[in-house]
Structures are given as structure tokens and as C-alpha cells.
Design a binder for this molecule. Structure first.
Ligand code: PLP
Length: 396
């Protein structure tokens, strides 16, 4: 017999996964080229050639026992040092290997931080809409995730709404910028205002409220827009990074936590996050890909290709009559559901082999999410389907 909590998780199995499976079903019926699957954030553009070269160089140059052996739970010291130096060059900081813990992707890193910070009954805040897995991660440790609505037009977080939501049980706020699912990048002044609220509230309740900055889309910013380095805007920030999107490596499960030395209770947080990785069963981040990413820290995804997709998809859906938030970063388009029923729109879309994810799955009803980390050709081929879907709503 499986546990009661697992039964709930099975029943609520991610809407994105369900869509992904639906895509495979439709592809079997109509042919893959006639299905327009915007459901999953699985990059279409392959990892840069430098990743492969780095893996080959690791295999050629490192000892097998190094490549495949156990290591300190926080990861290879030299890899952590290389990550720290890369951040120092980019953000003018002074981190060292001690501030970096290599993790099993962003998901692994977030689970380590939450394991480290939370007691049962605690609360974690997040601005809605948000990446739906946060709820499961927080509940893993007996805590609850409380959503605060973002501004309904700009999808920016409101510091005063944050102030009203913080309570004595609040341990952390999860921030995600560039944002999945809205594509919005939070400006520096907004982040600073959020940080100030948490500082004041932390002082009032006598315990720090940490910001967990979930940053898998850090480099995916368009039009030269700045993605502020959170620890330079706010106190008590722990950064969770992942190469899943930036280097198209989601299956490799590789990322890191950056824990600045000046956060409250620093020593315990670093030790706690390191031990959390072990007790959760990750033990350490995968070794070969740790060694490989350390050799290509300045490589990047094909931002220009994502940017072209962004414009193409935005133009395609708006030409059909839909309205959407013009994305500033990440690779998602947040499109309004005509009439406000996101689930009905997704159901109707399926009839045209268009797979969209309802905003309700991100605590953002009234809109749908389209992942545009897909082939540009698929976007072009889907234009007629969007036109037909729009006609059903008399948009033109
Ligand atoms: N956080 C956000 C906002 C995401 O969109 C994703 C993946 O889509 C993750 C975390 C998980 O990333 P990873 O594959 O690195 O665990």
C-alpha cells in the first residue's frame, strides 16, 4: 500500500506531464509534425558543442577514480572554486568554494535548502503564478506553501502584499526571475523593496526570513535586460542555479547552491544544506558532468535562437487575435484565455493538436503557458491552428 500523501501526489500528477503524454498520443494518431506541443520546458536547441568537448576532455585527462568516485558531499572543491570565481567575475563578488554546493539540478538544490530551513508547520511564501513543483517540495518537509498574487497586469510582485502575507511561521520566500511561467524579469528596485520588507518582518519576529532565489533562467534574458544579482539587492539570499536550461542539460541533473557568507546563521546553513543532500539520498551531484561544466562555465545557450522564437510565437498568437505578456526572459509565453477559462481553452486547443498548459496549474487561472523552447518550424506550422482556435472565440 502506498502512503496517503503519495496517493494525493499521484492523483495530482503534474498537468505538464499529462500534456506531454497527450502529445505523444496525438503524435501517434496524426504524426509528430501535425502536433504542436508547447507543454514542456525541455530545450529543443541542443547543448553547445563545448559541453561535449568538455566531457571528452574530462574522460581523456582525469583519473577514472576521480571521474566516477565519491567526493565531498558538497562537490569537487576545484569545481566549486571555479563556479565561485566565475560569479565573482560577473557580479563583482568575493565568493570562494566554501560558498558553493553542487546540486542535482535546481530541484535537488531547492529540496536541500528547504530540508535545511523548515520545521513541520512552517510556511514558505511565493508569488503566483509560480512553478508548480514548489508546493510538493515544501510539503516534503511538512511545511506549507502560501501564494501571494502578483500584479494582474505586470505580473510583478508587490512588496506591500508580501508584508501582509508574512507571519510568525514564515521561514522563506521563493523568488524566480526570469519567471516561469510569465517570462517577467523583476527589476532591481522591486527586489530591493521585497528584501526590505523581509528584513523588517524578520526583525519583528526575531528570526531571519530567507530569500531562495530559483534561477534556472538567469542567462535567458532578452533585449539586453538586466537580471539583478539577488544577493546584491537583498539580505539573506540563497541562490539556486541549474544548467538544465542555460546549457540544455536537464537530464544531466546539475546545478549549485550559492550561500553568501554574510547571511544569518551562515555556518549552519552551509553545513545543513550539505548534509541535506546526503540525507535526502542525492549524496553528491553527478561527478562527470560537474567536472565538465567547470570547463565551460562561460558557454551559453543560443539566446538569439530563443529570442527569435519569442518574437515568432508572440507575433503568431497576437496575429490570431490572442493577447499575451511579451516575455522579457526565460522561454515561456503567458497568454490570456479569452473569457478567462484557461482549462476550457486548453481543451478546445487539443482539437487542433495544440498542447498548452492551463494557468491554473501555476496558480494563475485565466491564462495559459506556452513553452517556446521548441523548433521554430513547429511555431510556423502551428499558426493555422491558432487562427482556428481564435475563431472559436470570435477574436477577429
Ligand atoms: N525551477 C523552475 C522555475 C523551473 O522552471 C524548473 C524546471 O522547469 C526547475 C526549477 C527545475 O529545474 P532542474 O531541471 O534544474 O531541476
Amino acid at each position: 500500500m502506498i502512503s496517503e500523501s503519495m496517493k494525493t501526489l499521484c492523483a495530482n500528477n503534474s498537468a505538464i506531464r499529462v500534456m506531454f503524454e497527450e502529445g505523444n498520443r496525438l503524435a501517434a494518431l496524426y504524426g509528430r509534425e501535425n502536433v504542436y506541443d508547447y507543454s514542456l520546458g525541455n530545450p529543443y536547441f541542443p547543448a553547445p558543442e563545448r559541453v561535449r568537448q568538455s566531457i571528452e576532455a574530462v574522460l581523456a585527462e582525469e583519473e577514472p577514480n576521480t571521474i566516477h568516485g565519491y567526493m565531498p558531499n558538497a562537490g569537487f572543491p576545484a569545481v566549486r572554486q571555479a563556479v565561485a570565481e566565475n560569479l565573482n567575475r560577473r557580479f563583482g563578488t568575493a565568493y570562494s568554494a566554501e560558498n558553493v554546493i553542487m546540486t542535482v539540478g535546481a530541484a535537488g538544490g531547492l529540496n536541500c535548502v528547504l530540508r535545511c530551513l523548515l520545521n513541520p508547520g512552517d510556511e514558505v511564501l511565493v508569488f503566483a503564478p509560480y512553478f508548480m513543483e514548489y508546493g510538493s517540495y515544501v510539503r516534503n518537509f511538512g511545511a506549507t506553501l502560501k501564494a501571494i498574487p502578483s500584479d494582474s497586469e505586470t505580473f510583478l510582485p508587490d512588496p506591500e502584499a508580501l508584508r501582509a502575507a508574512v507571519g510568525p511561521k514564515t521561514r522563506a520566500l521563493i523568488l524566480n526571475t526570469p519567471n516561469n511561467p510569465t517570462g517577467v524579469i523583476y527589476p532591481r528596485e522591486v527586489l530591493a523593496a521585497l528584501g526590505k520588507v523581509l528584513e523588517e518582518k524578520g526583525a519583528e519576529y526575531g528570526a531571519p526570513i530567507y530569500i531562495i532565489s530559483d534561477e534556472p533562467y538567469r542567462e535567458l534574458a532578452y533585449d539586453g535586460r538586466e537580471v539583478p544579482w539577488l544577493p546584491s539587492c537583498c539580505k539573506n539570499v540563497i541562490v539556486g542555479y541549474s544548467w538544465s536550461k542555460s546549457l540544455s542539460l536537464p537530464g544531466e541533473r546539475i546545478g549549485y547552491l550559492l550561500i553568501p557568507s554574510d547571511i544569518e546563521d551562515y555556518e549552519n546553513v552551509v553545513q545543513g544544506c550539505t548534509i541535506a543532500g546526503r540525507v535526502l539520498g542525492f549524496v553528491n551531484a553527478p561527478s562527470l558532468i560537474q567536472l565538465a561544466v567547470a570547463r565551460c562555465l562561460d558557454a551559453s545557450a543560443d539566446i538569439a535562437a530563443y529570442d527569435a522564437n519569442r518574437k515568432l510565437l508572440y507575433d503568431t498568437v497576437t496575429a490570431a487575435g490572442f493577447s499575451a505578456v511579451y516575455p522579457e526572459g526565460a522561454f515561456y509565453l503567458w497568454m490570456r484565455a479569452p473569457g478567462g477559462d484557461d482549462k476550457a481553452l486548453c481543451e478546445k486547443a487539443k482539437a487542433y493538436n495544440l498542447l498548452l498548459v492551463p494557468g491554473s496549474s501555476f496558480a494563475g487561472p485565466g491564462s495559459v503557458r506556452l513553452a517556446y523552447c521548441v523548433s521554430p518550424d513547429m511555431i510556423r506550422r502551428s499558426a493555422a491552428a491558432f487562427e482556428k482556435l481564435a475563431k472559436e472565440f470570435h477574436l477577429k
